[in-house]
Design a protein around this ligand. Structure first.
Ligand SMILES: [Zn+2]
Length: 143
């Protein structure tokens, strides 16, 4: 008896990239979204994100455990989903405020030109001015 490997439980090992539609992508297990196919570039990015998320989760677990060791007896454990959601919103607001502040500062304070930038600007002016002066001189001679 031969085993049927073409059932929905055993998806093909390669297909179109689920992220960018590139051909020849490989199967990537990402429950509950399986089967999921990723091309080499998307696969590299996804594994990087997976590693970053795993590290963040580890750091958060340690922080929550440390917090519970201090507050756990007097303050019942809060709804972590709600706490993290509120913290995420707060961080996004702070990042947007900082971006806005940098944009505002950049618009008002233009750094002075360096000596090299001044030289290049003057050279550019000379390059564009010289042909115009020559043409004007030729016209004056013709008069
Ligand atoms: Zn891709």
């Amino acid at each position: 008896m031969t085993e049927n490997t073409d059932t929905p439980a055993t998806p093909s090992l390669s297909g179109e990239c689920s992220n960018c539609t590139a051909p020849h992508a490989v199967l990537y297990f990402d429950p509950p979204y399986s089967p999921h196919y990723l091309c080499p570039e998307c696969f590299r990015r996804q594994t990087l994100y997976d590693g970053a998320n795993a590290q963040l989760e580890l750091l958060l677990r340690e922080a929550v455990a440390a917090w519970q060791s201090v507050w756990g007896e007097t303050y019942p454990r809060p709804d972590l989903g709600e706490r993290f959601h509120n913290l995420g919103d707060k961080l996004e607001e702070e990042e947007e405020a900082a971006r806005q502040e940098r944009r505002t500062r950049t618009m008002h304070i233009q750094p002075p030109m360096s000596a090299q930038q001044c030289r290049e600007a003057l050279e550019c002016i000379e390059r564009t001015r010289a042909p115009l002066l020559a043409r004007r001189a030729a016209l004056e001679e013709g008069i």
